[in-house]
Design a protein around this ligand. Structure first.
Ligand SMILES: [Zn+2]
Length: 394
């Protein structure tokens, strides 16, 4: 007889590991970790806490590998502009867009910024997200970029969500500074700040953001500093940065609405994780990219919310899965893989989270549905009933 912390019985598990799918199994958790996975209910473990899943679907905690969760203010007013037919770029030119969030985040009291972000964190957890990557990039000046890092790290420490910090100093160019001067800051002090505070650096290469040349300079310098790379590329146009990032062995390349054939080949060669963000296509009412060629080529395709106040104000991973299946060529199983083990790979954590496996961190979701197809079918509904993070029932 072995005593453990938590046992989940009668679980319909999709493990995303060599255990595959177990229609009725038992999951044993001790000291924040999964210590055993049993097909059926024959075992000799005892625990103070036993949850009877009653045949419900049990999944690894979702990993949201691309968010802009820390910001102040709302941009819900942009919805009306968009419905009047204004483009993302036009809204930006009218003082909306990223710059509106920059102004609000710069002036926000650190405590208020933390509390606004904590509300979003709780929404993540409610929807089954147990780990989220969070980017800076609403500061575009040193003090606010640091203030954002402080919030990201404090959320990791004080909330139940595990956060992963990414430096996105090159989100857009600041309105109030000479671009060359800001780029110079990014390449020197900015990257030093990233080395101190972040696991990844990211740059937004697109029309209205950073050029291919600036992106190349930034990524080269970041790589020379030993930082792991991510990129926002191909959202509105392909400027060639997806291929560039892949050739530099970026961990992930995100958006990918517009990708040239040579860039696709570069991603495949490099093993870079392609991250699709269907919430943006939904909210911007643009064409969804076709993920089928990436899936067929065997790439470790991931999905994320890209939560941000302007182009995807949603934190629901189940909704992203549904959009991916309905519009982007994913099967339900591929969508699940894309928000668990592949998303974990996009943040260098596939050895610790993203699947139900012995020895992995016990990040588990117990849903209220019986099958994965229900998660996809019940779009807009939250199928998550219980969330367990590091073995703790929230
Ligand atoms: Zn983004």
């Amino acid at each position: 007889m072995q005593y453990t912390d938590l046992i989940i019985k009668n679980a319909h598990m999709m493990t995303l590991s060599t255990f595959g799918e177990i229609v009725s199994g038992t999951l044993v958790i001790r000291d924040e970790k999964i210590i055993d996975i049993i097909d059926g209910d024959q075992h000799s473990y005892q625990a103070d806490h036993i949850i009877d899943a009653k045949g419900a679907l049990v999944l690894p905690g979702f990993v949201d590998c691309h968010t802009h969760l820390v910001h102040s203010g709302s941009r819900a007013n942009e919805l009306q502009y968009r419905l009047q037919g204004m483009s993302y770029q036009e809204i930006q030119q009218r003082g909306g867009g990223i710059h509106a969030s920059v102004r609000a985040t710069r002036t926000a009291d650190p405590e208020i910024l933390y509390r606004e972000s904590l509300e979003r964190v709780n929404m993540c957890l409610e929807h089954g997200t147990t780990t989220a990557e969070i980017k800076t990039g609403y500061g575009l000046e040193p003090a606010t970029e640091k203030k954002m890092f402080d919030v990201i790290h404090r959320l990791n420490k004080e909330s139940d969500l595990e956060t992963v910090a990414t430096f996105l100093g090159p989100h857009v160019y600041p309105e109030d500074q000479d671009p060359e001067k800001y780029l110079d800051w990014l390449l020197h002090e900015g990257l030093q700040l990233a080395k101190d505070q972040a696991e990844f650096v990211d740059i937004y290469c697109d029309i209205g953001a950073y050029s291919f040349e600036d992106t190349e300079r930034f990524l080269n310098k970041a790589k020379a500093e030993g930082l792991d790379l991510k990129i926002h590329s191909g959202q509105f146009e392909s400027l060639g940065a997806t291929g560039l990032a892949a050739d530099m062995l970026a961990v992930s390349a995100d958006h990918l609405d517009h990708v040239a054939p040579a860039e696709f080949d570069a991603l495949l060669r490099a093993g870079t994780v392609p991250v699709f963000l269907p919430g943006c296509s939904y909210y911007l009412r643009s064409t969804y990219p076709d993920a089928r060629p990436y899936l067929d080529a065997g790439m470790p395709v991931a999905l994320a919310t890209d939560y941000n106040p302007g182009t995807c104000p949603s934190l629901s991973i189940p909704m992203m899965m549904s959009l991916a299946v309905m519009h982007m060529g994913f099967t339900a199983k591929e969508a699940l893989k894309a928000v668990t083990i592949n998303a974990a790979k996009a943040i260098n954590r596939e050895d610790r989270i993203g699947s139900i496996e012995k020895g992995k961190q016990a990040d588990i979701i117990i849903t209220s549905v019986k099958n994965l197809d229900d998660v996809i079918a019940m779009f807009g509904c939250n199928p998550v009933q219980y969330v367990i993070k590091k073995g703790k029932l929230l």
